[in-house]
Design a protein around this ligand. Structure first.
Ligand code: AMP
Ligand code: ZN
Length: 477
């Protein structure tokens, strides 16, 4: 059996992955707050943990892996969006507007993530369906002396958990110095965080022993993971931005509620995504949703197929910052187009040499791709196809845009320029009677799949055949 090795943020080492129960490998990943379309940064953990899900299913069997990713559907931003609709004249009650907003955002999320080739997790709990479990866990933490109720709030007593900060390697005092902790009259200590807070009458709320209110964000994940995966499970994932305070708080809650269970064994964090070297921001004009890329509403101005987006993401190791650039997207599109032509109508073979070793080595997707490039240059069609399937690059979808019919339209400008330039250089060589050079250029163009129609005394006309391969034009350099 393949040994998977994963970098565990908690222990700061790469470890052999040994499941608690190989018959039911369990993974929890923090999902989105559903107030708007997912941006391309949000898509990163989805793709990263989708690859891990596929790898686990391959090694332990598809029926032996449980992957839970939640929806946070109670949040100020969701309420604010519903409030906006109400102020714009919608007569329906706020509760209904909130439900409509979260339902439509979840539907978009499913559509957009499916376009990126990700599998549906085994379960996708909505926070609002687990309020009872959140109240029960909060009460349990009060009973155990780790939380206290004051003025309709319930707060977690951070200093009651001695290992607080171990995940991010910080002491409580360092965290107070560095973080924007809210000082409030109902807090014993500024570090204490909210498990439950009161709701005003016009906002969503649930009856509880502490009055009508709603859960804090961190208790949601502790309660849902416990309900669906049990007090201890194998892998907990999310973006590095969630490490502190969200994941520290989840650990504090779950470890204090179930001190003997150990909670999540392996913690994995993906690094952030940037756009053209800059942090994504609406004011810089480089903030894009997944839908924007799919529909061409971004700075590149062209529609980026979901498989191409996925392919670009796979090129960077999840633990490294990733840069989304138009250039990468163009190159990924050309590579996939070439690979599609090479593998279509071909059956799936063995995985390429080195592929699985790379992927099992802390999800080295970039390494795995290098073995696909090797399979392509080595003429190993069936293996390339197997690797693409494994990584979730759907060739049926690639066919829709990579088909030769669409070749001229979608070929990148730089490739067309390069062909024009070579055709012109050949013309010049002929004019200066350097026939050896002219013939060399002609052979190159023909080998790359360019059809030449020679004109007497002027530059040849040309067109591309369906198997045009721009990589072959490089040979003249
Ligand atoms: P949120 O809805 O903001 O809680 O984010 C959902 C997920 O997207 C979390 O796992 C975040 O860590 C992740 N995320 C948000 N922004 C980025 C980014 N720029 N790059 C990578 N992941 C991100
Ligand atoms: Zn979480």
């Amino acid at each position: 059996m393949t040994t998977i090795r994963l970098y565990n943020t908690r222990t700061r080492t790469k470890e052999d992955f040994v499941p608690i129960d190989p018959a039911n490998v369990r993974m929890y990943v923090c999902g989105p707050t559903v107030y708007d379309r997912a941006h391309i940064g949000n898509a990163r953990p989805v793709i990263v943990f989708d690859v891990l899900f596929r790898l686990l299913r391959h090694v332990y069997g598809p029926d032996h892996v449980t992957y839970v990713r939640n929806f946070t559907d109670v949040d100020d931003k969701i309420n604010a969006e519903a409030q906006r609709r109400k102020e714009a004249g919608d007569p329906r009650p706020l509760e209904e507007l909130i439900r409509e907003r979260t339902d439509e955002t979840i539907r978009w999320y499913h559509e957009d993530m499916a376009a990126l080739g990700t599998l549906a997790p085994s379960q996708e709990p909505r926070a609002t369906e687990y309020i009872g479990q959140m109240i029960a866990m909060t009460q349990d933490l009060i009973d155990k002396g780790h939380a206290y109720a004051k003025e309709g709030h319930v707060l977690f007593r951070v200093r009651s958990y001695k290992d607080y900060g171990a995940l991010s390697g910080r002491s409580v005092d360092d965290m107070i110095a560095g973080a924007r902790v809210e000082v409030a009259p109902f807090k014993e200590d500024p570090m204490d965080f909210v498990l439950w807070k009161p709701s005003t009458d016009d906002l969503p709320g649930w009856e509880s022993p502490w009055g009508r209110g709603r859960p804090g964000w961190h208790i949601e994940c502790s309660a849902m993971s416990h309900e669906l995966l049990g007090p201890s499970f194998d892998i907990h994932g999310g973006g590095i931005d969630l490490q502190f305070p969200h994941h520290e708080n989840e650990i504090a809650q779950s470890m204090c509620a179930h001190p003997d269970a150990g909670f999540a064994k392996v913690w994995m964090h993906n690094e952030m995504l940037q756009v053209e070297g800059k942090k994504m921001s609406k004011s810089l004009g480089n903030f894009f949703t997944v839908r924007d890329l799919l529909e061409g509403n971004w700075s590149g101005g062209w529609k980026v197929p979901g498989e191409v987006i996925r392919f670009v993401y796979l090129q960077t190791h999840y633990s490294k910052p990733m840069d989304w650039t138009e250039e990468k997207a163009k190159q990924a599109m050309e590579t996939l187009r070439r690979w599609y032509r090479f593998t279509k109508d071909i059956s799936i073979g063995e995985l390429p040499f080195g592929f699985m070793t790379s992927l099992a080595d802390d999800l080295n997707t970039a390494g795995a791709l290098s073995f696909l490039h090797a399979a392509y240059s080595g003429g190993k069609h069936h293996e390339l196809r197997a690797g693409l399937e494994f990584l979730g690059v759907n060739l049926t979808c690639v066919a829709e845009w990579a088909d030769p019919e669409g070749l001229l339209v979608s070929l990148s400008e730089t490739d067309r320029d390069r062909v024009s330039e070579l055709v012109f250089l050949r013309h010049q060589a002929k004019q200066s009677r350097d026939f050896a050079r002219a013939d060399k250029i002609r052979d190159l163009l023909v080998a790359a799949g360019v059809k030449l129609k020679d004109q007497k005394d002027s530059v040849s006309e040309w067109e591309l055949s369906p198997d045009f391969d721009p990589a072959k034009l490089e040979a003249l350099k």
